[in-house]
Design a protein around this ligand. Structure first.
Ligand SMILES: Cc1cc2nc3c(=O)[nH]c(=O)nc-3n(C[C@H](O)[C@H](O)[C@H](O)COP(=O)(O)OP(=O)(O)OC[C@H]3O[C@@H](n4cnc5c(N)ncnc54)[C@H](O)[C@@H]3O)c2cc1C
Length: 386
């Protein structure tokens, strides 16, 4: 494992830090309406794109920078440290873009990739259904082929960013013959198509981050099929298989730990040996996670196959986030249930929302139980679960 960044990476870090310092201040000072949050985020991504910081790891021919994976990690670290807004088109950038680069037609690449980078088209993902989550291949949303179109009917659920998305990449069933993975097709759907209805789902946090997506005879041109009809499972698997080192998530966890330290001081319990021990244990685990991330990154740089540690990052980081929030709630005691708008709230009433939201990270993108099965079977060679 190599723990040092190259001189070029360090130069990149210094330049990015300076860019963020000047542009974040300037950007935050702009007048903005509370209702214009989405446009604000689109503008922020566009600004980063123009400065050359979006699509770092994408190939140059598709508008990217062919940057080493270390620079993507540095980008995540510096943005989190500066408190920069997250890139709004994260689903387009991290899931659909790489899937199109690997599997899309040249027309699809030319049409969609530049608009993803510039946040002109925001994307959402229509994979999960009420009866198909962990067992995604049991999906039932169907598509009939009618001339040059696919006619799609069915229901998707938990569609993140649905209300703001311009486009959705969907898995639909075009055939029921053979094993369930066969007969699935990967399509790109304009969210403004007739027959598309979105119903926001109110979450336990009070927010509506995702929606139900109802599709009634929605016509999608055949030109929007990625890969081949009936063979979308391979495209979906390549999409889901983009391994991340998990290092960007570690920076976010470092920020949560710093917030936790402040909460301990404010509660006056920072001298309690049991509290100190729990905080120290969390710091140790965070460092373990960080160095595991470095091992994955080192393998990526050397072009080696990812080892057992690669599947570990998402599982460990999401479970770890829950433990940070548990301790935060313990420290605040009765104040922990006072929400954002209450004048008596400590820490601006953030903790209840953070605590509840932490559960979602152990479900989205693969549940902890399913990830444990994958690690057990594929990495540790244990017998298959029944
Ligand atoms: C914040 C968030 C954002 C999301 N965004 C999107 C999105 O944008 N697009 C999209 O398509 N989906 C999205 N999802 C859906 C997500 O992918 C699914 O929730 C997830 O795959 C689990 O599926 P499920 O909810 O149907 O649960 P199920 O698969 O029904 O699982 C229910 C429970 O059974 C357990 N379980 C299931 N199978 C096994 C097994 N073999 N062994 C042991 N335990 C098992 C699970 O761990 C879970 O505890 C999002 C979810 C969340 C929480």
């Amino acid at each position: 494992m190599d723990l040092n960044y190259s001189a070029e990476d360090e130069r990149f870090r210094v330049e990015l830090r300076a860019w963020l310092k000047s542009h974040l201040e300037e950007f935050r000072a702009l007048p903005r309406e509370p209702t214009a949050a989405v446009q604000y985020s689109r503008d922020w991504q566009r600004k980063l794109y123009e400065a050359g910081y979006v699509g770092l790891a994408w190939p140059k021919e598709f508008g990217g920078h062919d940057a080493p994976p270390t620079q993507q990690v540095i980008f995540g670290e510096e943005c989190a440290k500066a408190g920069a807004p997250a890139l709004i088109n994260t689903i387009g950038l991290s899931i659909l873009g790489p899937a199109l680069i690997a599997n899309g037609s040249s027309e699809q690449k030319a049409r969609f990739l530049p608009r993803i980078l510039r946040a002109e088209d925001l994307w959402c993902q229509g994979f999960s259904e009420p009866g198909a989550g962990s067992d995604l291949a049991s999906l039932r949303t169907s598509a009939l082929i009618d001339g040059d179109d696919l006619v799609v009917t069915g229901q998707k659920v938990w569609t993140s960013l649905g209300p703001v998305a311009d486009w959705c990449f969907l898995l639909v069933r075009t055939s029921s013959d053979g094993p369930s993975q066969h007969g699935i097709t990967y399509v790109l759907m304009d969210m403004k198509s007739p027959g598309v209805e979105l119903v926001p789902i109110k979450q336990i946090t009070g927010k509506s981050h995702f929606s139900e997506l109802f599709l009634e005879s929605v016509r999608i041109p055949r030109a929007n099929v990625v890969g081949k009809i009936d063979e979308g499972w391979a495209v979906a698997k390549s999409t889901l298989g983009f391994e991340r080192s998990g290092l960007a998530g570690v920076v976010e966890l470092e920020r949560s730990l710093a917030r936790l330290g402040k909460a301990a001081k404010r509660s006056g319990r920072d001298s309690d040996p049991l509290v100190r021990q729990r905080i120290a244990q969390l710091h140790i685990e965070k460092d373990t996670l960080k160095y595991t991330g470095y091992r994955v990154l080192t393998k990526q740089i050397r072009g080696e196959a990812p080892g057992p540690e690669s599947g570990f990052g998402k599982l460990a980081a999401s479970e770890f986030r829950k433990r940070i929030m548990d301790l935060g709630m313990d420290l605040l005691g009765p104040h922990a249930v006072i929400g954002r708008k209450d004048p008596q709230a400590l820490d601006r009433g953030r903790w209840p929302g953070l605590y509840l939201d932490a559960r979602a990270y152990t479900i989205g993108g693969g549940t902890s139980e399913v990830l444990r099965n994958i690690i057990a079977e594929r990495s540790l060679g244990l017998p298959k679960s029944k």
